[in-house]
Ligand binder design. Structure first.
Ligand SMILES: Nc1ncnc2c1ncn2[C@@H]1O[C@H](COP(=O)(O)OP(=O)(O)OP(=O)(O)O)[C@@H](O)[C@H]1O
Ligand SMILES: [Mg+2]
Length: 245
């Protein structure tokens, strides 16, 4: 990428750039167009919330940004690399090094403990086991799970699983975390703490955040709020956020 995409912005500032994204689900029986040409840029260190009604395409949007699903047309660049131009292995490597995911449904591995689940992204990167478990234990402590290290996902509450999933997304200190309703199952106080942890990481390490949330009060703490509606992404007015939160 060598052209200036938005006035004063240089490509190095962009953690994610998406251009002309469309997505159509078509299984031959049902055809559903979810997006009709979305452009999106996320700068280094920027924190944004994505809001929108159920079924509007928020999870699909995060999957496209993170290379977990391919757009029907359009392109996504992650830290300057064009996702569609990469091999499956290279795309996986980029995901593992540059991105952290918090899925809408936690996706923890059931047969592994919380500690092992959180250490996993580091072990995949061949971080020495001692360091990986140390980092995983530290982060589990920061999400309030230091007494649950040996519990398997089935032995954790829904909110505890979500916090473990958050720790797993943050453990590699990625350039960007894509989080799909990371606080959806949490009580107000724990949700605020989980959000705070993400914002702390943003301040400490410049990690960019894209967070899908239904909580307008939490959304208002981000740099920008985007609303997905009728296949389009538009800036959501901050005053509205405050008023309706
Ligand atoms: N694999 C798929 N095949 C067909 N349709 C799909 C598929 N995945 C999602 N959809 C449809 O695409 C639309 C967007 O789904 P998505 O999961 O992105 O919504 P969402 O905004 O995240 O909703 P929620 O707030 O309920 O999580 C929905 O109408 C859904 O039914
Ligand atoms: Mg969703």
């Amino acid at each position: 990428m060598n052209k200036n995409v938005s006035g004063t912005t240089t490509p190095d500032d962009l953690v994610i750039r998406a251009q002309g994204l469309t997505k159509t689900f078509d299984d031959g029986r049902l055809r559903l167009q979810v997006f009709s040409g979305i452009d999106f840029t996320l700068h280094r260190g920027e924190c944004v919330a994505v809001i929108g009604a159920s079924g509007v395409g928020k999870s699909t949007f995060l999957h496209l940004l993170g290379g977990l699903d391919a757009p029907t047309s359009g392109e996504v660049w992650v830290t300057g690399q064009q996702m569609s131009a990469l091999s499956v292995a290279a795309r996986g490597h980029l995901r593992n090094t540059a991105l952290g995911f918090v899925y809408q449904f936690h996706h923890l591995l059931p047969e592994f403990s919380a500690l092992e689940n959180v250490a996993m992204p580091l072990l995949i990167r061949r971080t020495p086991r001692k360091d990986a478990f140390q980092a995983a234990g530290d982060l589990l402590g920061r999400v309030g799970l230091s007494a649950r290290l040996e519990h398997k996902p089935g032995e954790l509450s829904g909110g505890e699983r979500q916090r473990a999933a958050l720790a797993r997304a943050l453990v590699t200190r990625p350039a960007c975390v894509l989080a799909d309703e990371p606080t959806g199952n949490l009580d107000t106080r724990t949700a605020a703490q989980a959000f705070e942890l993400m914002l702390e990481l943003n301040r400490e390490l410049g990690t960019s955040l894209v967070v899908v949330t239904h909580d307008l009060r939490l959304a208002a703490r981000m740099d920008r709020v985007w609303q997905l509606e009728a296949g389009a992404l538009r800036a959501y007015d901050g005053a509205d956020v405050q008023a309706s939160a």
